[in-house]
Design a protein around this ligand. Structure first.
Ligand code: HEC
Length: 147
């Protein structure tokens, strides 16, 4: 069976703005046979997206945000989590979430893989979540209104 190994290429990761690293098939000849890039997850960007995408309309973090759906505090979830399991949990709840989003926001929230990876990083980072305050949420909402 083929296992996936994340290979951090220093030259690639070292470049500014790079947000993904190669996932390489575990082959003896070292040839990249698996056509996958693993995102470099960023909890700080994820916090901004959690606010700007509207997740906080229904979900709270650090007691800040809506109460229509379950709180998403890192310490209330599994101690360590595979990010794909987090995505799978969202997929499981998708029918309820999309219905609620269409009801409350008028449309389904969409995101790229990169954006989702950053949101998931935020949802599993205790230290970053302490920075999620009412003032912060309002400042992001203010930016949106300002255009
Ligand atoms: C309009 C309301 C609404 C919005 C906006 C919303 N959700 Fe949800 N979400 C729900 C509902 C309803 C559920 C299913 C019931 C529950 O877990 O409370 C859910 C479930 C989840 C779950 C699974 C929780 C669990 O413990 O099983 C995750 C994770 C989640 N949402 C993340 C997000 C993220 C990330 C965003 C923003 C991109 C988002 N949600 C935006 C309503 C919403």
């Amino acid at each position: 069976m083929k296992t996936l190994k994340v290979v951090a290429l220093a030259t690639v990761v070292g470049l500014a703005g790079v947000s993904a690293i190669w996932a390489q098939g575990d082959h003896e000849d070292g040839v990249k046979t698996t056509r996958l890039l693993m995102p470099i997850m960023n909890a700080d960007r994820g916090m901004e997206l959690f606010a700007s995408k509207g997740c906080a309309t229904c979900h709270s973090v650090n007691d800040v945000g809506g109460e229509d759906a379950s709180p998403l505090d890192a310490h209330k979830m599994d101690e360590y989590m595979n990010p794909f399991d987090h995505a799978a949990k969202m997929w499981l709840m998708a029918p309820y979430m999309i219905a609620a989003q269409e009801d409350e926001l008028g449309e389904q929230i969409l995101f790229t893989g990169d954006e989702l990876s950053n949101i998931i990083a935020f949802l599993h980072d205790d230290a970053q979540q302490l920075l999620f305050t009412e003032e912060y949420l309002e400042s992001i909402a203010g930016e949106e209104t300002d255009g």
